[in-house]
Design a protein around this ligand. Structure first.
Ligand SMILES: C[S@@+](CC[C@H](N)C(=O)[O-])C[C@H]1O[C@@H](n2cnc3c(N)ncnc32)[C@H](O)[C@@H]1O
Length: 641
C-alpha cells in the first residue's frame, strides 16, 4: 500500500495536474458542443486511461493542495482523487482488504452531522429511487472499506460538495482519520453505518513503521505548514558521527555500565530491575540498622530512626499491575531486560523498553508550532514516550547553530545529583534525594574523565586508551546507531534542560497512590552510608575534587533537531501534564547513558496537548530574556527561561 504526503509535490506535479485539467475541460467542452449526454462521464471514460495516475493510493496526491476546488466529479476522477463518479465512497475495486481512498460529502443523508472539527458521515446503500432510505445498510462494499480505514488507520481524502453561484463545486478538505465507526438506527428508522472523521491528517505515520506498536500521524488544521522534510524519525538513540568509536567515551560508558550491572548480577539476573530493587532494599535495611546504631550520636540518624522503617522500604516494582508508574523516582527506574525477565512482573517492568503504546499524534498548535496530543485519554502514570535523538558530547552540542538548541536534552541529571552530593553532602540532600535510591555511584576519577571528554571537540579523539577499551560494550547501540552524523550545526545553546527530575519530581506521585504511598522517602545519608552503595563519596574525597566539580559539565546530550522521535515535538508548560523520569532500560543502563522517560502525572483527557516543564535555566548573563511562554497556564512564569 502506498500513501503520500503533502511534501512530496514538486513543480512538475503541479504542472501535470494543470495540464490534465486543461485537456479534460477542453474535451468536456467539445462533447457539450456535440450535445453529448453526460459529457463529464464520457470525457473521463475516453481520457481516463491516458491521464489518470495509477495505481490508486491513499493520502494526498502529488500536485493537489488542500482547498483546491473542482468543477465536477469527472475532474476529481481524471486526477485519480475519486474515481467512482456515481458513488460517495471511492474504494479499491475488487478486494476490500484495504481501506477507502476518498469520500464526497454531499448532504444526501439526513443523518450526516458536521461538528466543525469533525463530522459523522453516513455510509452507503439502502436508498430507494426517491432518495429515501428504504432498507438497512450493510457492512459490504463502501461501508466495509470505511471499516477497513478505521481498522488499518489509513487516511481518507475528503471532498465537500457545495453550491457556488448555483453550480455544484467540490473542495478538497484534506485527509481525515476515521476515529469511530458505528451502526445505529437512523432518523428514518433504518440501520445506518456511520463513521466519524477528523480533518487535517498530513502524514499517516511519520515514523514510517519505526515505532513498532503504533503509527505516529501528523495533523495540521491550523495553517499551511508541513513537516520539515529533512527530519528523520528514529525510535532509539543513535550516535553522532564517529562518537561511538571514541575510546575515552567507550571506556567511561563501559565502566559505568558495568558498575550498574554489577549490582543486578548480584542475583544472577543480569539487567533485571526487580533484582536490582531487591538488592537496594537489602542495602536500605543494612543502612537503616546502621542509622539505629548511630542514632544517639548524629542528628541525621535520629531523624531517620524516628520514622517507620517501612518508609525506607524500596518497592520492588516501579509500575503497578496496569503498567502505570507509581511515583517518580529521583534516582531513576531500573527496568528489566535480562534473559530471565519473562515473568509477567518483569514484563510489566519494561514500559520504556517496549516503546510507545498510546495513539499519540503530532498536531499544529495555534501559538507554539507543532505539539503532541493523544487520541485517547491517558491515565496518570502512563508511559508516553522517551526523548531520543542523536547522542553527542556537550562540547559538540554547544557548537550548534542557534535554533538547534531548542531540541537538546542533556543527560546530566545524575551528574547534577552527584555534584550536589559532593558540594552539599548527603545531609544537604536528605530532603530531596531518597538515600536508598541513589544509583550506584561513579568512582572518584569519573567526573575528571567526564570533564575531559566533555570539553574537547567531539571529533578529536583524546587517545591514550588501549585497544581493549575500544572493543568494550558501549551501551549496546546497534549497528544503525553508528551511522548517523551531526550535519550542519553551529554555535549557541544558551539554555539547557536541567533534567526536571530534581526535588519536585522526586516527591510527585503518579498513578493513584494512596496516602501511605505518598509519604515521601526521606533518606539522610550519613558518613557511614558511603561504605555501602554509594561508593567512595565521603567528605574527604569530595573536597579534593570540588574545583573540578565546580566546572562540571555533563558528558552526553541528546540532539533531536534533525533526528528524533515524537518527544521532540512536545511543548513546554509551566504546569505540564507529563513528568520526566530517568529510566535505566534496554542497553542504556548507566548514569551517563539512560533514557529520559515522559510519564503522565495526572489523568489527561483525549486530545489534550501533552506538555512538560522544560526546566530551562539561564546560562548567559543577567538580564537575558527568555522566549515568551504561550502555555496559557494561570501560573505561567511568562518565559521559557
Ligand atoms: C522541543 S521544541 C517543541 C516542538 C516545537 N513546537 C516545534 O514546532 O518543533 C521547543 C520549541 O517549541 C516552542 N515552544 C515550546 N513550548 C512553548 C511555549 N510554552 N510557548 C511558546 N513556545 C513554545 C519553542 O519554539 C521552543 O523552542
Amino acid at each position: 500500500m502506498t500513501t503520500s504526503t503533502l511534501e512530496e509535490s514538486s513543480d512538475e506535479d503541479f504542472a501535470r495536474v494543470r495540464s490534465t485539467l486543461e485537456r479534460y475541460r477542453q474535451h468536456v467542452q467539445e462533447l457539450i458542443t456535440q450535445k453529448q449526454s453526460k459529457p463529464d462521464m464520457v470525457a473521463y471514460k475516453e481520457l481516463g486511461p491516458q491521464l489518470t495516475p495509477s495505481p490508486d493510493r491513499h493520502g494526498h496526491l502529488p500536485g493537489i493542495r488542500v482547498g483546491d476546488s473542482f468543477n465536477s466529479r469527472g475532474e476529481m476522477a481524471i486526477l485519480g482523487l475519486h474515481r467512482q463518479i456515481l458513488r460517495g465512497i471511492f474504494m479499491p475495486p475488487k478486494t476490500l482488504t484495504v481501506g477507502a481512498y476518498a469520500i464526497v460529502l454531499s448532504g444526501v443523508y439526513t443523518d450526516d452531522e458536521d461538528q466543525g472539527d469533525c463530522f459523522w458521515y453516513t455510509g452507503e446503500g439502502g436508498l430507494g429511487n426517491n432518495g429515501q432510505q428504504v432498507k438497512d445498510q450493510e457492512f459490504t462494499n463502501g461501508n466495509l472499506a470505511l471499516r477497513r480505514s478505521f481498522e488499518q488507520k489509513t487516511p481518507v481524502r475528503v471532498f465537500r460538495g457545495s453550491k457556488v453561484k448555483g453550480a455544484l463545486k467540490y473542495t478538497y478538505e484534506g485527509l481525515y482519520k476515521v476515529m469511530e465507526v458505528k451502526r445505529e438506527v437512523s432518523k428514518q428508522g433504518w440501520l445506518l453505518e456511520s463513521l466519524k472523521g477528523r480533518p487535517g491528517l498530513l502524514i499517516q505515520d511519520i515514523s514510517r513503521g519505526v515505532e513498532p506498536r503504533v503509527p505516529v500521524p501528523v495533523f495540521n488544521e491550523v495553517n499551511a505548514l508541513v513537516m520539515d522534510p529533512d527530519f528523520e524519525y528514529i525510535s532509539d538513540y543513535v550516535w553522532a558521527d564517529g562518537l561511538d568509536q571514541d575510546p575515552l567515551l567507550i571506556k567511561v560508558i563501559a565502566e559505568e555500565d558495568h558498575r550498574m550491572r554489577s549490582h543486578t548480577m548480584y542475583f544472577l539476573h543480569e539487567g533485571c530491575g526487580i533484582a536490582f530493587n531487591a538488592w537496594m532494599r537489602q542495602a536500605d535495611q543494612r543502612w537503616y540498622q546502621r542509622a539505629q546504631e548511630c542514632a544517639h550520636e548524629y542528628e541525621w540518624a535520629a531523624s531517620v530512626t524516628a520514622q517507620s522503617p517501612m518508609n525506607l522500604m524500596t518497592p520492588l516494582e516501579s509500575y503497578n499491575e496496569e503498567g502505570l508508574l507509581l511515583l517518580t523516582e529521583s534516582c531513576g527506574i531500573h527496568e528489566c531486560g535480562g534473559v530471565n525477565c519473562t515473568s509477567s512482573t518483569c514484563m510489566r517492568n519494561m514500559q520504556v523498553t517496549q516503546g510507545i503504546k498510546m495513539p499519540l499524534e503530532i498536531f499544529m498548535t495555534k501559538q507554539k508550532g507543532w505539539g503532541v496530543r493523544c487520541a485517547e485519554a491517558v491515565p496518570s502514570g502512563t508511559f508516553v514516550c522517551s526523548y531520543v535523538g542523536e547522542l553527542m558530547t556537550e562540547a559538540a552540542a554547544s557548537g550548534l547553530e542557534q535554533g538547534a538548541d531548542h531540541y537538546l536534552f542533556s543527560l546530566d541529571f545524575f551528574m547534577y545529583l552527584f555534584k550536589e552530593l559532593h558540594l552539599r553532602g548527603f545531609d544537604g540532600l536528605e530532603r530531596e534525594v531518597p538515600a536508598h535510591r541513589v544509583p550506584p555511584h561513579p568512582a572518584l576519577p569519573f567526573p575528571v574523565a567526564l570533564m575531559e571528554a566533555s570539553y574537547r571537540d567531539s571529533t578529536s579523539h583524546v587517545g591514550g586508551m588501549g585497544p581493549t577499551a575500544s572493543t568494550s560494550h558501549v551501551g549496546g547501540m546497534g549497528p544503525t546507531a553508528s551511522t548517523s552524523h551531526v550535519g550542519g550545526m553551529g554555535p549557541t545553546a544558551s539554555t539547557s534542560h536541567v533534567g526536571g527530575m530534581g526535588p519536585t519530581a522526586s516527591t510527585s506521585h503518579v498513578g493513584g497512590m494512596g496516602p501511605t504511598a505518598s509519604t515521601s522517602h526521606v533518606g539522610g545519608m550519613g558518613p557511614t552510608a558511603s561504605t555501602s552503595h554509594v561508593g567512595g563519596m565521603g567528605p574527604t574525597a569530595s573536597t579534593s575534587h570540588v574545583g573540578v566539580l565546580n566546572d562540571f559539565r555533563p558528558l552526553l546530550t541528546v540532539n533531536a533537531e534533525k533526528r528524533g522521535n515524537i518527544a521532540r515535538f512536545i511543548n513546554h508548560s509551566c504546569n505540564g501534564n507529563l513528568a520526566i523520569q530517568g529510566v535505566f532500560a534496554r542497553q542504556a543502563r548507566s548514569v551517563v547513558l539512560y533514557y529520559i522517560g515522559l510519564f503522565a502525572v495526572r489523568d489527561i483527557p483525549a486530545m489534550t496537548e501533552l506538555t512538560y516543564d522544560y526546566g530551562y535555566q539561564i546560562q548567559g548573563g543577567k538580564g537575558e530574556r527568555g522566549m515568551l511562554c504561550n502555555c496559557g497556564e494561570p501560573a505561567c512564569r511568562g518565559s521559557l527561561l
